[in-house]
Ligand binder design. Structure first.
Ligand code: ADP
Ligand code: MG
Length: 344
């Protein structure tokens, strides 16, 4: 078996009475885009800081590329960190911000310059080299922070909610950018986010954290299609419980006034139920229906607006509908407790 880029065994960290990390095992592969996904307070940042060496574990071990680094200082570890607030020097221009770390490590000036320019090229900011951080947009600042980390050519790059400060559109652009930078550079990314869509979009694999514990590790499809616990099912996407089974909102078809039977209407699944539309939310590309079933259960269904408009869908509140889904899209949860009720 190849050596893991990051190998964590029984990692624990307590702050007084708080068990921030409560026994974590992870094997992160070389070159992988690996995300840690979880709600606020689930221990994501603490795990990242332990990998970086900014915190010492209460117990457990951390290996980087097969070397035990548990007792080593941050600068003796082949990792770099990109923080949410970027932490750029405001009085230095872009080029000097990127060069700074190499200057501290006494890399000769010519080499420093060459490597900084190369890193700026990789994030497409070469033309901005003379600007100060205040003269850049949020997305550009984020790319400077990335260049500054990439310039050291770390084996592993740790990113703590690096897109958290960006607005939605920029965030989506930067997601694409990050992914392509990671592929080109071939660096292992350990990416922390509380945003499930971001994790699903970017990652080769995801570890879902809750209460300082790993709830599940898997590919985006595994985590989404086959959540291991109630927590994962509720946190990663919305889960409808219909009787004994769980079905995702986009797998449920809503048939209004026999529309399902019309050519080009929604596909009719082999499982069906009747209900009343309690809420309709038109969201441009999709419409979200909240349907109260005759059985008393409430489900959320997400429909693509292929041929419907907002006028069509808004009139459907209160309508009697049939919903259907395919048995193949059902999944089961064994864990105790209940998933959070789906939000409209
Ligand atoms: P996340 O990044 O998932 O939001 P954190 O790793 O920051 O979670 O925090 C996990 C838990 O540990 C939280 O309950 C937090 O309050 C606590 N914690 C984190 N850092 C410290 C610290 N330096 N001192 C005390 N408690 C801390
Ligand atoms: Mg955090």
């Amino acid at each position: 078996m190849p050596v893991s880029a990051v190998r964590i065994r029984d990692l624990r960290k307590t702050f007084g009475p708080v068990e921030a990390v409560a026994g974590v095992d992870l094997d992160i592969r070389d070159g992988e885009f690996f995300s840690m996904l979880g709600p606020s307070g689930s221990g994501k940042t603490t795990v990242l800081r332990l990998i970086a060496g900014f915190e010492r574990p209460t117990s457990g071990t951390i290996e980087l590329g097969g070397r035990d680094v548990t007792g080593l200082a941050p600068f003796d570890r082949d990792v770099n960190t990109v923080f949410q607030d970027y932490a750029l020097f405001p009085h230095l221009d872009v080029l000097r911000n990127v060069e700074y770390g190499m200057k501290v490590r006494r890399v000769p000036k010519a080499e420093r310059r060459e490597r900084a320019l190369e890193a700026l090229r990789s994030v497409r900011l070469e033309g901005m080299r003379a600007r100060r951080p205040a003269e850049l947009s949020g997305g550009q600042r984020q790319r400077v922070a990335l260049a500054r980390a990439l310039v050291n050519e770390p084996k592993v790059l740790l990113l703590d909610e690096p897109l958290g400060a960006l607005d939605l559109k920029l965030r989506e652009e930067m997601q694409v950018e990050l992914k392509s930078i990671q592929r080109r550079a071939g660096i292992t990314f350990v990416f922390v986010t509380h945003d499930q869509e971001e994790a699903l979009t970017l990652s080769d694999r995801i570890a879902v954290l809750d209460g300082g514990r790993v709830q599940q590790v898997g590919t985006p499809a595994e985590v989404y299609e086959r959540p291991a616990t109630e927590f994962v099912a509720g946190f990663v996407g919305t889960t409808n419980r219909i009787g004994e089974v769980c079905v995702r909102p986009e797998k449920i078809h809503v048939h209004v006034d026999g529309e399902g039977e019309r050519e080009g209407g929604p596909d009719t699944g082999d499982r069906q139920a009747l209900g009343t539309v309690a809420e309709v939310v038109y969201a441009g590309a999709v419409t979200r229906y909240v349907v109260d079933l005759e059985s008393g259960e409430r489900v959320v269904a997400l429909q693509q607006n292929l041929r419907t408009s907002s006028m069509d869908v808004m009139g459907r509140r209160g309508a009697r509908v049939r919903i259907s889904w395919h048995e193949a899209h059902e999944f089961h949860l064994s864990g105790a407790g209940s998933a959070p009720a789906p939000a409209p």
